[in-house]
Write a protein of this length. Structure first.
Length: 152
């Protein structure tokens, strides 16, 4: 079981059973990633989010993108999965009585370290990165939203 690795452009990571190649942003940088086996319970749900198969790379990229949106100099330097991911599924009942998956929410509780500002001060935040996929019962109207939540 892999518990602690440093991710960089050419480094592999993740599962307790197998390694997956990560593609990080083009900058030559590293993000320390710890404990992402806590998402093992969501492995089958992750592809339904429409974010690709490259987990946890897309998760780290999404978190860093949101940090940069809020403050351009922000740089994610460490991410730790702090609890098992949450998976919530919602179904619709069809006319024949069968059920079809309509909505899926996957939540990743994390602690992150961010460097920002002129002095490159390091800030530690507890966050939840949430993904919600809706209208999964259709091909045309599927929608995925992300929510970056900073916890107290």
């Amino acid at each position: 079981m892999i518990r602690h690795v440093v991710l960089s452009t050419a480094i592999a990571l993740y599962s307790s059973s197998a390694l997956a190649q990560l593609q990080l942003p083009p900058e030559d940088k590293s993000i320390e990633a710890i404990g992402f086996e806590c998402a093992d319970n969501a492995r089958t749900a992750i592809p339904l989010l429409g974010r690709g198969d490259n987990f946890p790379a897309f998760l780290l990229q999404d978190v860093e993108r949101e940090l940069k949106r809020q403050h351009a100099s922000s740089e994610l330097i460490k991410a730790e999965c702090t609890a098992q991911s949450e998976v919530h599924a919602h179904t619709l009942e069809l006319d024949d009585g069968s059920q079809v998956l309509s909505k899926l929410q996957v939540i990743f509780p994390m602690a992150i370290e961010v460097q920002a500002g002129k002095n490159r001060r390091t800030i530690r935040l507890n966050i939840r990165q949430e993904y919600t996929a809706e209208n999964l019962e259709t091909e045309k109207n599927r929608k995925v939203t992300q929510k970056f939540v900073v916890l107290k």
